[in-house]
Design a protein around this ligand. Structure first.
Ligand code: 5GP
Length: 120
């Protein structure tokens, strides 16, 4: 792996309840909460509860139940926030070139307005 998991990263602290978050959804495998600095009218972060740095780390190591749970949680949040029909965007920043700041895997979910085309 690129780096060991840092148990003191900010999302680990949120998962342990040491830092508050504005929760949208939670189940056994995933937690979703509003981004503290929203880049769109809806900007939610969905994270697996397990200690995974990145998508490659998660997909390589996580049990299938955790992978399924995480993916289902993302879909659940989109439905719960009524984003399915107007549409929305999912984004994962991975590693240095991906611009990842928090080293716990997360998917950004953006919505609430037409987001335009964005491929980078
Ligand atoms: P990254 O660049 O790693 O993909 O995105 C990290 C995201 O986490 C950023 O959009 C940032 O605003 C958000 N963030 C950083 N610290 C906190 C926090 O303490 N609480 C919440 N809710 N979001 C945070």
């Amino acid at each position: 792996p690129r780096e060991p998991y840092d148990p003191d990263n900010i999302f680990a602290k949120i998962l342990r309840g040491e830092i508050p978050c504005n929760k949208v959804y939670e189940d056994d495998h995933a937690l979703a909460f509003h981004d503290i600095a929203p880049q769109a009218p809806v900007h939610v972060l969905v994270i697996p509860k397990g200690e995974y740095v990145s998508w490659d780390d998660f997909s390589a190591r996580a049990p299938e139940g955790e992978i399924a749970g995480f993916i289902r949680a993302v879909g659940h949040v989109a439905r719960e926030l009524d984003l399915v029909d107007p549409g929305y965007r999912l984004l994962a920043n991975i590693g240095a070139h991906g611009g990842q700041e928090v080293p716990h895997l997360h998917v950004h979910l953006f919505g609430g307005k037409p987001l335009g085309r964005m491929i980078s």
